[in-house]
Design a binder for this molecule. Structure first.
Ligand code: SF4
Length: 591
């Protein structure tokens, strides 16, 4: 089948009704697929004001326009819904091979509606779509669920995306895990799945993909693969050390937050960086998502025999420096627990770091820890213990499972939550990188580093080096990266390709594979259209421009240590420029 011929599958869990719809070519042209197309359906079909955990919310699995093709990294999928953590439109991206398998069934988009009366899972094997009881799976880890469903389906090639206990118990930081180790993690999408009593989706497709211009598609694919292989970041850095190549680089620049962002360097970084993962013998081999020549994944085994994937850079930081922990074994164990119980690693680590600051400052009383270890920075025991408790919503973990903002608010000090729009920030101190700070503040899904990765420009110098503390021109670059990321997410490709590829490269790939005739400018317009669509949803949901901000710590508390000492975010001037370059009103409202 051609990439632009795949259909929409709609499953109403309340009634059990299953239906199929064509996808208009015009909609593909305007939104491509993945994040863009799913956002179009969500914004048209739900009231932005609904409770994200009510049956009125919809959960949309969507492959990108090139997902399932052999385009380099062409295996990504998106989960789009209204997010319970942020109240914004939520879209979480994941790799592995689940998205590609979904597209082999002939469906590009699956919309899940309503709520099942009791736990269920859905199987999609080409045209055979069934809803099964998942009573026997409820309470199981993502790993056990995956194994049992594959056994029931009787085909080892079945791909499973599921929730663990965290999603079942509606933790606002719950993730959806596919193939045991790949996570659509951010914005609490796992809780939406749990609220629908949907334990898993199992996919087995048999279709193959055809290209509109096969000869051109073949040569463009080959050319871009070569570019990715020759690039120092995608051809050497990421394959060798994974995303954890960043630990030492970011720490040297004074942007590596430690102890809940009280400091911006970590003196024990060499204990936890990508090199340490190799030296300690934890790294067993690299792994790759579907059709990916970069292979940044890390398969690891601990001395106690526990094995899994990760930690990646953000995860290693969240359970490491953010909590003042330099114990790589404990960090890796916390990562495994998150994958098994279905939790967002960034949010879990950052929420524990927030709790540590509250405890050390005397705002979180010891009696609330029940029998748990003291929440002191540097305690690897606390990190592992409370991660497990978050996943099971036991003891203090029940409160931590709501994320750092609600947790800190409960104890009267929301200012210690390092979050934007209630979602925890990733591993870069925004005070040291003004453009990245703007990207954080304006992200449509709350605190996030992959919706406009200004670190590429301000730290890595790709495609050009920008002075981190300059503010002039940063708004235009931020808009450019946000729009470009939106169309890459919608094409079904990995954002890491942006280190090596330019807009013309993406344009050639999309046109040759699908027969569209996009210009580079039109692709950027697609990205801008998606960004504005998400923004309008958020405003209608009550998350307006007033929430384009950062925790007070970044606006008023200068960095205390390292090369960026003394810096704060100059947000007001950045926002004035940003609204102007976006063509929005001075208040930040799209026309
Ligand atoms: S670069 Fe890494 S995350 Fe991206 S598709 Fe490849 S293996 Fe997956």
């Amino acid at each position: 089948m051609f990439l632009d011929e795949r259909k929409l599958l709609r499953i109403d869990l309340s009634s059990g009704k299953i239906s199929r719809e064509p996808i208009a070519r015009e909609d593909l042209r305007k939104y491509l697929g993945g994040r863009g197309l799913a956002s179009k359906y969500l914004t048209e079909e739900i009231d932005p004001k609904i409770d994200a955990l009510s049956p009125a919310n919809k959960l949309i699995f969507a492959g990108g326009l090139l997902t399932g093709s052999n385009a380099p990294t062409g295996g990504r999928y998106m989960l789009v819904t209204k997010g319970p953590l942020t109240g914004t439109i939520a879209s979480s991206n994941s790799g592995g091979t689940f998205g590609a398998e979904l597209c082999r069934t002939g469906y590009l988009v699956v919309i899940i509606e309503g709520k099942a009366e009791s736990p269920v899972y859905i199987s999609i094997c080409d045209d055979a779509v069934e809803i099964h009881s998942a009573e026997a799976l409820w309470g199981l880890s993502t790993h056990a669920t995956t194994d049992k469903i594959i056994e029931e389906m009787g085909d080892a090639r079945t791909r499973v995306a599921c929730i663990g206990p965290a999603g079942e118990k509606l933790s606002l930081i719950a993730a959806v895990i596919n193939e045991k180790h790949r996570a659509a993690a951010r914005t609490g999408v796992g809780a939406v799945m749990g609220s629908k009593n949907l334990k898993a989706i199992a996919i087995k497709g048999s279709g193959s993909v055809e290209y509109r211009n096969p000869e051109e598609a073949k040569s463009t694919r080959k050319e871009l693969t070569e570019i990715l292989k020759k690039n120092p970041i995608t051809g050497e850095g990421l394959p060798t050390l994974g995303t954890k190549i960043l630990d030492s680089i970011v720490n040297e620049k004074g942007l590596y937050p430690s102890r809940n962002f009280q400091f911006s360097t970590f003196d024990r970084v060499n204990d936890v960086n990508g090199e340490a993962l190799v030296l300690r013998g934890y790294l067993k081999k690299r792994s790759a998502c579907f059709a990916c020549p970069i292979a940044c994944g890390r398969n690891t085994t601990l001395p106690n025999g526990r094995s899994g994937e990760g930690p990646e850079y953000e995860t290693g930081w969240a359970f490491g420096a953010a909590c003042g922990v330099n114990d790589l074994m404990a960090i890796t164990e916390a990562n495994y627990i998150c994958n098994e119980l279905g939790i967002d690693t960034i949010s879990a680590g950052s929420t524990i770091a927030c709790a540590m600051e509250l405890y050390e400052k005397g705002f979180l009383p010891k009696k609330d820890l029940e029998k748990g270890p003291e929440l002191r920075f540097g305690s690897s025991e606390a990190v592992v213990y409370y991660t497990q408790k978050i996943g099971l919503r036991e003891g203090l973990g029940d409160k931590l499972a709501e994320g750092s903002y609600r947790f800190a608010q409960r104890y009267g000090h929301p200012e210690y939550s390092m979050s934007v729009k209630k979602q925890e920030l990733p591993a870069y101190d925004p005070r040291g990188v003004q453009g990245h700070a703007l990207s954080y503040a304006t992200s449509n899904r709350g605190g996030c580093h992959v919706r406009g990765y200004m670190i590429a420009l301000e730290v890595l110098g790709v495609p050009e080096k920008l002075a981190p503390q300059d503010t002039i021109g940063k708004a235009a670059w931020c808009k450019f990266y946000q729009d470009m990321t939106a169309f890459i997410d919608s094409a079904g490709l990995c954002v890491f390709t942006m280190f090596a590829l330019g807009i013309q490269d993406y344009r050639n790939l999309i046109n040759d594979m699908t027969g569209f005739d996009f210009s580079a400018e039109e692709l950027m317009e697609v990205g801008e259209r998606i960004w504005n669509l998400e923004r309008k949803f958020n405003i209608a949901a009550g998350i307006g421009p007033g929430q384009d901000t950062l925790p007070d710590r970044f606006l008023r508390e200068p960095i205390a240590d390292g090369p960026q000492k003394g810096a704060v975010v100059k947000l007001e001037e950045l926002l004035v420029d940003y609204y102007k370059v976006r063509g929005w009103s001075v208040e930040g409202i799209p026309s």
